[in-house]
Design a protein around this ligand. Structure first.
Ligand code: KG4
Ligand code: ZN
Length: 332
């Protein structure tokens, strides 16, 4: 079964062709970061307008690279939530339009389920049940994946998402948006123990919190000024260590508490080098298996939506022309 996945929930216009929910034939991502960077974050109206410009060329490119035409496609899968309403509507209306024009069926996919199921594209993907930590710009949520389509939220951030903490910290430091990658790169040459930033592990539950960490960075900069040179490397490494420490601790604690031995990390922040390394290390120390999607599949892409759409289709979900975008769609 050939699925065309379409993703326009935030600032990436993406399309991919995936076979049987497992094999990527093409995966095209057109990012708008250069447009939003000057505003220091995603401007929803600009995102929608640029999706309109980019979406058909991106779909065309995905089909071309897969050496397929719309005729070959069996199912259109599109992110219908959660995300920015105007941005979601672009992808959804395109999917409906293509469906109407070609007679091919379509299905709405959940963006977070897409992040979680991107791991299906690994050759030795875990079979459910597993624990999946989604760490992105908008979410930091821990799910028990009991089966495809059967998810239980077991922990989440009380305030900022991990990616949001990165992006806000980058802003404080005068680094470009989105802040994850620049901080990750600067941290490579820094001392993670230079500054002891707080680790908020609220209680014995599986929630996390990042707003205190961001405020600590702000206080540090107010006191010492925006760091340069080695001091900047050190601050980035110390910040990154705090994020990775908290998330990896909670993940392995959750595995113990809920009796899981397979762990998945996903979402844009799962591209982070230190978080990947520490999760892997702590999981292995406890005899748990840590599954990490390749970095390219961590940030938003169409392939993960094709997988989520394929699984939703197999569960019997069908899109109809009344399907509405749901900016706050909860998966559980
Ligand atoms: O999943 P994603 O592409 O979009 C959302 O669904 O939000 O995640 C984007 C987030 C941004 O906050 C970005 O700063 C962060 O992922 N990110 C990273 C890295 N690469 C992207 N955070 C930490 N380290 C990275 N290497
Ligand atoms: Zn995402």
């Amino acid at each position: 079964m050939l699925v065309l996945g379409l993703e326009t929930s935030c600032d990436e216009t993406a399309a991919a062709v995936v076979e049987d929910g497992r094999r990527v034939l093409s995966d095209v991502v057109s990012t708008q970061v250069d447009i939003h960077r000057r505003w220091g974050g995603v401007v929803p109206e600009l995102a929608s307008r640029n999706h309109i410009v980019q979406v058909m060329p991106v779909v065309h490119e995905a089909l071309t690279r897969a050496d397929k035409t719309l005729d070959d496609i069996d199912l259109l899968a599109v992110t219908s939530g959660p995300g920015l309403i105007g941005a979601l509507l672009v992808g959804l209306q395109v999917a409906k339009g293509l469906s109407l024009a070609t007679g091919k069926p379509f299905v709405g996919a959940n963006h977070l389920e897409g992040h979680l199921l991107a791991i299906r594209l690994l050759e030795d993907a875990p079979a459910p049940p597993f624990l999946g930590l989604v760490v992105s710009g908008g979410h930091t949520s821990l799910y028990e994946v009991r089966d495809y389509g059967n998810y239980r939220l077991v922990g989440r951030t009380r305030d900022d998402a991990a990616g949001e903490a990165y992006d806000k910290t980058a802003r404080i430091l005068g680094l470009p948006y989105p802040g994850g990658q620049p901080i990750d790169e600067l941290a490579q040459k820094g001392d993670p123990e230079a500054i002891r930033f707080p680790r908020a592990l609220p209680g014995d539950n599986l929630d996390v919190s990042f707003s205190g960490l961001k405020t600590s960075v702000l206080h540090h900069v107010q006191k010492h000024g925006v760091p340069e040179g080695q001091a900047l490397h050190d601050l980035c490494a110390s910040f990154q260590e705090a994020v990775a420490d908290v998330l990896s601790k909670k993940l392995v604690a959750a595995a113990k508490k809920l009796g899981h031995n397979q762990l998945v990390l996903c979402g844009g922040v799962a591209a982070n080098s230190r978080l990947r390394a520490l999760c892997k290390q702590r999981a292995e120390e406890r005899g748990l298996r840590m599954f990490l999607p390749p970095v390219r599949l961590c940030t938003d892409n169409g392939a993960m939506i094709a997988v989520a759409g394929y699984e939703a289709w197999r569960r019997g979900l069908r899109g109809d022309f009344r399907l509405a975008a749901d900016p706050a769609w909860r998966m559980e």
